[in-house]
Write a protein that binds this ligand. Structure first.
Ligand SMILES: Nc1ncnc2c1ncn2[C@@H]1O[C@H](COP(=O)(O)OP(=O)(O)OP(=O)(O)O)[C@@H](O)[C@H]1O
Ligand SMILES: [Mg+2]
Length: 210
């Protein structure tokens, strides 16, 4: 197989799910099986740390108050602003999303030796660019009570904040309609690991049959 063909054939799976559904945990398990992982949350974090590529544009759009003394995005202040103002949320996303997509594609080019790629995209349902990039969509699903319990249990958000984020995200039923594959993540970590192992076999076989 020529290198170009290998690149064209590489399976790229978009992994999505609501807040606290278990996306990062599932991605770590896939990584343990040897999958290439691209994490758009991590990319967003890098873009908004001190010296990150999004900082100047955020300062220009929102004002210097939103950049902390350390030069990084003031995440707490921005989160409060976004909770209160859907327009501000859109504005921030219009800055971040093209940058995140560009970085994800650059990382993809570096992961050509991996059997397949899992791209963790919380906002996959809202992102036409990412939906076009991925060949399959894997949804990590659990009920809202489980999401709230996990998010509050992890610390950093209370129940009201967790429910606000859930209400802002794509509804569960709508997200599930996008799914080629679903991980049901309401039971414990063993159940999650078993489902990931099955999907790993399936994705590896798809890769080889290309
Ligand atoms: N099957 C499970 N059993 C028990 N705990 C779990 C399970 N899956 C995930 N968790 C825990 O729930 C919390 C949320 O999981 P995780 O961070 O993977 O979710 P996420 O979808 O990546 O969240 P976010 O949307 O905030 O990025 C973590 O503390 C994780 O350890
Ligand atoms: Mg996560």
């Amino acid at each position: 197989m020529r290198h170009d063909d290998a690149m064209a054939a590489q399976l790229v799976v978009g992994l999505t799910g609501g807040i606290g559904s278990g996306k990062s945990t599932a991605a770590e398990l896939f990584a343990g099986h040897g999958a290439g992982i691209i994490d758009t949350d991590q990319i967003a974090h890098l873009l908004t740390r001190s010296g990150g590529k999004a900082i100047d544009a955020i300062r220009a759009a929102f004002g210097a108050d939103f950049i902390g003394a350390d030069g990084a995005l003031d995440r707490v202040r921005m989160r409060r602003r976004i909770f209160a103002d859907a327009h501000a949320k859109q504005r921030l996303e219009s800055i971040l999303h093209p940058l995140i997509f560009g970085q994800a594609k650059a990382q993809l080019a570096q992961l050509q030796d991996k059997p397949y790629i899992i791209v963790v995209v919380p906002l996959l349902a809202e992102s036409p660019a990412f939906r076009q990039l991925v060949k399959r969509t894997l949804v990590v699903d659990c009920d809202e009570a489980t999401q709230v319990a996990r998010v509050t249990g992890r610390g950093g958000m209370d129940e009201t904040e967790a429910r606000t984020v859930i209400a802002q995200q794509t509804p569960r039923a709508e997200r599930l309609q996008l799914a080629d594959d679903v991980i049901h993540n309401e039971a414990g970590l063993d159940s999650l690991a078993e489902q990931v192992a099955v999907l790993h076999q399936r994705y590896s076989a798809m890769q080889n049959s290309n």
